[in-house]
Design a protein around this ligand. Structure first.
Ligand code: HEC
Ligand code: HEC
Ligand code: HEC
Ligand code: HEC
Ligand code: HEC
Length: 480
């Protein structure tokens, strides 16, 4: 635009129209002269540029930082929309101002035979298409990004660190968090994003629970999620499982227990469901009433069997709460597989693995006992554990025998770092996650504390004719 144009316009020359300047051209010029319009254009250009750079960095994997991605896919697009919004606002305000001076009563006419108009129109369409395309790519990327394990696990890194760490070493480490926590369908997607916002608020206000409570109440019925990948019709046969453990008295010869679990599922020969996965047959429904949050105290169990018969088993010494009906829950995968991916170890398990794999030298006298002592010590923070665990172990060993400690010094230090690694993979004092905070319901190792199959299979839940839910060892696995 020439100087001349500017002058005429600034003086609001009423002959402007007669000189062939259309309303459209003046509009565009007006935009450039309105500080608000320039700001809008600047913000839009600025954010688009940064988004492009951000996306390129992200796609090339140059920087892996969840906050950078968060900015690229949420903050910058919001800024871009704001900039885009300012532009029509500026035009509107400018036109109102002109109208006040008695100008611009004419309609905006787009005249396609006018080359300038054609150019403006093409420019407008191109810009719009580019903007829509960018927004589409961003929404798509943003959708995937906010659904990625990386986002779930890292953006709230302090809060989710325990879950993310345990997840990364599980069989599901390539299954996205959302596959289990949200699953397919728009309804659950919306629910999850809303509850996600609530969680973000709780994190910002620092009002979230430590440790994060399990079970998760908003967790979708597992059959909708797990069965996307696992189909119980196709489980069958037995699974051999081997347990190796040591004792403080014998660090070298392991005790070995082998069991053959009756995995069960659909038996293709007899066409019935059997074994452990009988509970999740389509024709069977097991529901139960637990009286505590962790579902360790099960007062009643109802069952609908394949042959259509029903039964109710009652454990009379557990008191049932007032609002009974809401507490009933139909048993699904996560009543047994409550820790399919956030699997934490127990200290004995790690120490025995260390002895077995010789990461802990079993020749060192008393090393199992001392290892268990340092690994279960309540350090105030992970940093404190990092600082003192190895020297704590050296100290304990020196107390036993200074001579031995000197002889095995190197191995003791190696043991210390192995233990530290195990500790760091399982304990987060600031999140109140300690050894055994989250337990598994799969077997009956911790039956005394109310975990596992024996919550129901305890011979204490009776039906009307006095029968129980069996604890016969050969029901679930061949006898060890
Ligand atoms: C294979 C399915 C699955 C995947 C994948 C998964 N989760 Fe979970 N998650 C569960 C189940 C089931 C529970 C409920 C545990 C319970 O009831 O004891 C749970 C519980 C949680 C809890 C509550 C605290 C706890 O430990 O019980 C958090 C937080 C959580 N998950 C976060 C995540 C994050 C973050 C990811 C991805 C990095 C993820 N989950 C991936 C199945 C899954
Ligand atoms: C997106 C697919 C997917 C979903 C959803 C999924 N899983 Fe898996 N699951 C897998 C894969 C893949 C493996 C690993 C198979 C392997 O390593 O052989 C696996 C392994 C397992 C195993 C064997 C674990 C082991 O340590 O050997 C169990 C048990 C299991 N899943 C249970 C569940 C449960 C319960 C849910 C629902 C809460 C679930 N899965 C949801 C894909 C999935
Ligand atoms: C009554 C408890 C129970 C229920 C309910 C249950 N499971 Fe299992 N499941 C087990 C046990 C026990 C094992 C063997 C665990 C082990 O290997 O330590 C197992 C093993 C598995 C395996 C590994 C199979 C293999 O051959 O290695 C998968 C996959 C699995 N379950 C998926 C599911 C899914 C999906 C559901 C829900 C539809 C489900 N389970 C419901 C108890 C259960
Ligand atoms: C919520 C209660 C409950 C829990 C927890 C539970 N069961 Fe059961 N289970 C039942 C009931 C009820 C029956 C059927 C009893 C009947 O029909 O009389 C049953 C039956 C069985 C059967 C026989 C199935 C058949 O072929 O008829 C097996 C095997 C079994 N359970 C294994 C397990 C294992 C393994 C676990 C733990 C991983 C477990 N159960 C946890 C309630 C439970
Ligand atoms: C309701 C099913 C069920 C019954 C009944 C049952 N078990 Fe088990 N048991 C399991 C399951 C499931 C596991 C595997 C747990 C896991 O995945 O680690 C297991 C694991 C074991 C283990 C190896 C783990 C450990 O603690 O060392 C032993 C030993 C064992 N059972 C012994 C027995 C004996 C003895 C009986 C009879 C009194 C019995 N079980 C009855 C389901 C059952």
């Amino acid at each position: 635009m020439s100087n001349n144009d500017q002058n005429t316009n600034q003086e609001h020359d009423p002959r402007d129209n007669e000189k062939g300047k259309s309303a459209l051209a003046r509009l565009i010029q007006g935009l450039w002269r309105s500080p608000l319009g320039v700001l809008g254009i600047a913000i839009t250009t600025f954010s688009i540029t940064l988004i492009m750079i951000g996306m390129i960095i992200d796609m090339l994997g140059l920087i892996k930082n969840p906050y950078a991605s968060l900015v690229t896919y949420t903050a910058l697009p919001a800024l871009m929309l704001f900039g885009l919004f300012l532009i029509p606002l500026a035009i509107y305000l400018q036109r109102r101002k002109w109208r006040k001076y008695g100008m611009d009563r004419d309609q905006i006419i787009v005249n396609l035979s006018n080359p300038k108009h054609r150019l403006a129109l093409v420019g407008f369409i191109v810009l719009t298409v580019v903007n829509v395309a960018i927004m589409a790519v961003i929404s798509y990327e943003g959708y995937h990004f906010t659904d990625s394990p990386y986002f779930c696990g890292m953006v709230c890194h302090q809060v989710m660190a325990p879950e993310y760490t345990a997840y990364q070493r599980s069989a599901h480490s390539r299954v996205a968090c959302v596959e289990c926590h949200i699953g397919p369908g728009a309804e659950w997607y919306a629910k999850a994003k809303i509850s996600g916002l609530r969680q973000v608020a709780a994190v910002l206000r620092n009002t979230y629970h430590r440790p994060i409570p399990a079970p998760v109440h908003e967790l979708r019925p597992a059959r909708d999620t797990c069965e996307q990948c696992h189909w119980p019709e196709k489980f069958h046969g037995k699974k051999i499982k081997r347990y190796v453990s040591f004792t403080n008295d014998d660090q070298t010869d392991p005790q070995i227990t082998e069991i053959a679990l009756h995995i069960g599922g659909q038996n293709p020969e007899k066409n019935v469901f059997e074994g452990i996965h009988w509970h999740v047959s389509q024709q069977v429904e097991v529901s139960y009433l637990a009286v505590d949050e962790k579902r360790t105290q099960i007062a009643r169990v109802k069952v609908k069997r394949q042959d259509g018969t029903t039964d109710e088993f009652v454990k009379s010494d557990i008191e049932v709460p007032e609002n009974e009906e809401q507490q009933w829950r139909v048993m699904d995968c996560i009543d047994c597989h409550n820790r399919p991916t956030h699997i934490y170890n127990m200290p004995e398990e790690r120490v025995d693995f260390g002895l077995l794999s010789k990461k802990i030298n079993p020749e060192i006298p008393g090393i199992r006992e001392d290892s268990l002592q340092v690994i279960t010590k309540e350090y105030a923070s992970r940093a404190e554990a990092e600082e003192s665990m190895i020297s704590d172990l050296l100290f304990l060993q020196k107390e036993r025998s200074a001579e031995q400690a000197a002889k095995y010094k190197e191995d003791i230090i190696k043991t210390g770092s192995f233990l530290l690694e195990a500790y760091l993979g399982n304990v987060w004092p600031d999140m109140d996650v300690k050894w055994g905070t989250y337990r598994d319901h799969l077997g009956h190792q911790y039956a005394d504390e109310g975990y596992g199959c024996w919550r129901c299979h305890d011979e204490e839940h009776l039906n009307k004719s006095g029968e129980t839910i069996s604890q016969d060892c050969s029901l679930c696995h061949d006898e060890p």
